[in-house]
Design a protein around this ligand. Structure first.
Ligand code: CA
Length: 225
């Protein structure tokens, strides 16, 4: 998933970026609210992690601005103070959950995964579509009860398409799931990855859940639950 991290403490920002990238996310980590607004205005994100105590524009104001711009992605706030007013104000401004510093990375990841799951309408950590099962926590795909050997990029594309099942997903959206915003992108890579993914899904069982919508993108046709 594509995450926006807003944290002014350089060490923590770096730590979050490293750990979340290791967990398979693409992370844009910025130090202040102005840069976060720019990123959110220019690019798409699936979730934001916002520190409340920022220099200049506060995290609270940033959340209000993001919501005013119709950004509907889940927002998880980080607060060092831990007093209840902060949390209440953060939630009232439009945040979805909070974590008090210092925190364990595992807790952050669990909350983040729950928010991402809910925002795509799933209550379980497993998404099922016909013979295909996707374990969101272990990041594994199982087809006809057999583990499917996917590369990290193939898995990310499959997860994104399944989370947005029965919706047309533009190639640019899929590219955002693979590369940071400032990196060179080659749209042909997506075609190659989707081609490989299709062959693996088809396997012996002839499962063909990914359609191409000419000029628009890709569509995961099977209903996911
Ligand atoms: Ca801070």
């Amino acid at each position: 998933m594509k995450l926006l991290v807003v944290e002014d403490e350089a060490l923590l920002r770096h730590h979050l970026q490293t750990r979340l990238t290791e967990s398979g996310h693409v992370v844009e980590a910025v130090a202040d609210a102005e840069e976060a607004l720019y990123q959110a205005g220019e690019f798409n994100h699936d979730l934001a992690i916002v520190d409340l105590g920022l220099p200049g524009m506060s995290g609270l104001e940033l959340i209000g601005r993001l919501r005013a711009l119709d950004k509907t992605f889940p927002i998880l706030i980080l607060t060092a103070r831990g007093n209840w007013q902060d949390k209440v104000e953060g939630l009232a401004a439009g945040a979805d959950d909070y974590l008090v510093k210092p925190f364990q990375f595992e807790e952050l990841e669990a909350r983040l995964n729950a928010l991402l799951r809910r925002s795509s309408g799933f209550t379980q950590a497993t998404i099922v579509a016909g013979p295909l099962r996707l374990d969101l926590n272990r990041k594994q795909a199982v087809l006809d009860e057999q583990p499917l050997a996917l590369t990290a990029y193939e898995y990310r594309i499959l997860e994104y398409l399944m989370r947005h099942h029965q919706q047309v997903v533009a190639k640019e959206r899929l590219m955002e799931q693979l590369y940071p915003n400032d990196e060179e992108r080659d749209p042909n890579v997506i075609e190659v990855l989707v081609g490989r993914l299709r062959r693996k899904l088809e396997g012996d069982c002839g499962f063909k859940p990914i359609d191409t919508v000419r000029g628009l993108g890709y569509l995961f046709t099977e209903r996911c639950r």
